[in-house]
Design a protein around this ligand. Structure first.
Ligand SMILES: *[C@@H]1O[C@H](CO)[C@@H](O)[C@H](O)[C@H]1NC(C)=O
Ligand SMILES: *[C@@H]1O[C@H](CO)[C@@H](O)[C@H](O)[C@H]1NC(C)=O
Ligand SMILES: *[C@@H]1O[C@H](CO)[C@@H](O)[C@H](O)[C@H]1NC(C)=O
Ligand SMILES: *[C@@H]1O[C@H](CO)[C@@H](O)[C@H](O)[C@H]1NC(C)=O
Length: 379
């Protein structure tokens, strides 16, 4: 998700395991890093050098002085894998045919893709595409009708094996399904954050019965921090030009956005885009469909949310790996950090000036060898 027009989107990969390097020279903060973090030279964006001569004013002491400076980098090297020209990694369809003729101002029910916000691969190597179901026509995002927002499953050969739509009581006209995680254990469940600023929440689908329901509606953990002023490349960011009610607005528009499922399927991690906090909830609470049989399901889920604290940046995409780490995009630091559930700490992972607004993440082990974190940069 990006605030300004994008000319080229980038897909990067960062190796998950990088060679160790000797770090004894610049590393002079013995209380850091904490146990289990990667080698210091990879994690401290700090180096020392003398100033360029034109900045020393001819002072010989200053010419010899070693100055600490921020290199803007830590962690494994990043490789550019693919550059997108003219299209964003998330691309919105805009054809007027998606305007609803019987309900002007609304979108339509269709098996065509309207706005695919997320594409993921499940544990059986199948592809799931999440369609928000809300096209942009004439400059405005149309409200959805049931049958527009959908989750579609494909085999790798392109054959469709599932189309899951949502009743109006689960996905609203102003909902904005943002991402999806699939757990094939048991009946199989899909978890989808609704990042709509009006009515954020988490949508859950039982993949066997195709029934869906909501949890955590307007819970503080899925809502925006209304006074968040995010910094990008050191610059405070406001929405510009001011939108209705035509006042200068901090960056506070997007709720529950990034999500990840722990490797064991026990925890669902999530974070609002417009906040600097990470949350999780045991999936056992989300799997309970609120109903007359389970009238306390919503209360119990709300009470099961764990606030994992401040993560130092607002977040976009999240991802998990099989070691238990939760990777956290940090658009404010041109970085990706990771949460270590064993220590409860945020660890630095990779930072680079080329990582401009990291978003969708994928962890892979290539058949040809090597573990990689792939991620898009929305720039
Ligand atoms: C590690 O730090 C030393 C001393 O500053 C530096 O010479 C070296 O290039 C660094 N290595 C990496 C991989 O950044
Ligand atoms: C888009 O706006 C133009 C100009 O206002 C109007 O002529 C056209 O009918 C609109 N299209 C739709 C699909 O509403
Ligand atoms: C138009 O919207 C209405 C609900 O307002 C819906 O019932 C109908 O299916 C929509 N039309 C199409 C073609 O999707
Ligand atoms: C596509 O793959 C699925 C799963 O392997 C298989 O069941 C299906 O027959 C394949 N379809 C075609 C057209 O090859």
């Amino acid at each position: 998700m990006s605030l300004k027009a994008l000319h080229a989107g980038l897909l990067f990969a960062a190796a998950l395991v990088a060679g160790r390097v000797d770090s004894s020279v610049v590393f002079d903060f013995p209380e850091y890093p904490p146990p289990l973090t990667p080698p210091p030279n990879q994690t401290i964006a700090d180096s020392v050098a003398t100033l360029p001569t034109h900045q020393t004013g001819g002072d010989p002491a200053l010419e010899r002085a070693l100055i600490h400076f921020d290199t803007g980098k830590f962690g494994p090297p990043v490789q550019l894998v693919h550059a997108y020209f003219n299209f964003w990694p998330t691309d919105t369809n805009t054809p007027p045919m998606f305007m609803n003729t019987s309900s002007p101002g609304f979108s339509i029910a269709t098996d065509k893709f309207i706005l695919v916000q997320s594409v993921i691969v499940d544990g059986k190597d199948r592809i799931w595409a999440l369609d928000v179901g809300r096209p942009r026509v004439n400059g405005s995002t149309l409200p959805a009708v049931p049958g527009g927002p959908k989750l579609i499953g494909f085999h790798l050969n392109g054959t469709r094996f599932a189309t899951i739509t949502f009743p109006a009581s689960v996905v609203f006209a102003d909902s904005s399904l943002n991402d999806v995680r699939i757990d094939l254990r048991g009946d199989g469940f899909a978890y989808l954050p609704d990042s709509s600023p009006q009515r954020p929440g988490i949508v859950v689908v039982n993949l066997k019965t195709r029934q869906s329901w909501r949890h955590l509606d307007n819970h503080p953990s899925v809502t925006t921090q209304v006074d968040l002023v995010s910094f990008h490349n050191g610059v405070p960011t406001y929405i510009h030009p001011p939108i209705s009610p035509f006042a200068t607005t901090p960056f506070n528009r997007f709720a529950a956005d990034g999500v990840a499922l722990s490797a064991d399927g026990d925890f669902f991690y999530y974070a609002p885009l417009s906040a600097r906090r990470l949350f999780r909830i045991p999936t056992s609470f989300l799997k309970v469909q609120p109903s007359a049989l389970d009238p306390n399901a919503i209360l119990l889920a709300n009470q099961a949310v764990q606030d994992l604290g401040d993560v130092g940046s607002h977040l976009n995409g999240l991802e998990s790996d099989d070691q238990g780490f939760i990777y956290l995009t940090a658009p404010e630091h041109n970085a990706i950090n990771r949460f270590n559930p064993k220590t409860g700490m945020i660890e630095p992972f990779v930072r680079s000036p080329f990582i401009q607004w990291p978003d969708t993440l994928a962890v892979t082990s290539l058949k040809s060898g090597g573990n990689f974190l792939y991620f898009t940069c929305n720039q």
